[in-house]
Write a protein that binds this ligand. Sequence first.
Ligand code: ZN
Length: 325
Amino acid sequence: MKRISIEKLILEYPTRVLVLDGGQGTELENRGINIGGPVWSATPFTSDSFWEQSSHDREVVEEMYRDFMNAGANVLMTITYQANFKSISENTSIQTLSAYNGFLDRIVSFTRRFIGEERYLVGSIGPWAAHVSSEYTGNYGPHPEDIDYYNFFKPQLDSFNENKDIDLIGFETVPNFHELKAILSWGEDIISKPFYVGLSVHDNGLLRDGTTMEEVSAHIKGLGSRINKHLLLMGVNCISFNRSTLILRTLHESLPDTPLLVYPNSGEVYDVKEKTWHWPTDKPESWDITVKTFIDSGARIIGGCCRTSPKDIAEIATAVRRYCE
Ligand SMILES: [Zn+2]
């Protein structure tokens, strides 16, 4: 059965909660794909051999999506987090806008064909931070207000706006208030389909650059009816698992009427020096209680970010069934 529009589902079925997939980048890495380069998880798609009849990497990507779907995900994401035009054109043989559009269309059609027509597809757009790796510091240099966010996002945004296979545009892991304000200043001519913004929030509950959730909500409220009518959800992603329920509650208290989305990391912590993930000494809560708390805090789409696997998604889906249906 073909899906109803995601806008209708979120706005007209307020008790429905959708299950998103897990961290595609780190999951591909766990499955042996080398993504350690400037375009990160988009790396396998940049090689011609990915599109050939028998491609090992393509099988791995398909298996990953299959496992997430079998685990219960009804929303999947394109693996385009670091596939902005700047990173792609500076680091691969894809140089022109038309080659770039062909590249993104190919990834999107491949993903849609594989996941079928019943499930939702999010077009993933990483933040400006992704090409300088400052998602977790929010450090955008001395003049974050002067960065040309529009031209940075435009090629990827235009492509997803026009692609009927994309249901929802996801701005992920946004750590900086100036960038958020830029995204939220764009009208329906610039973002012409449902979208969300996933904030990158520190363990202390502040946006990575120090902005409070109250400031975020005051800004959104201040925009009033000028806000893009396609803004469907606000959310947080790539945040600490252990802090995620508190972080989401703070966002919900600031924006009580906004549908929220949340996809935290697995509970492992990244050691920036060692470049490895490890389990913290304090044991993470279970997904069961975490998901229940998310739902109580207004979450409508719940999934996992870095280091979450199909096993995490299965636990999320079980909890969503338990508390929602
Ligand atoms: Zn992440």
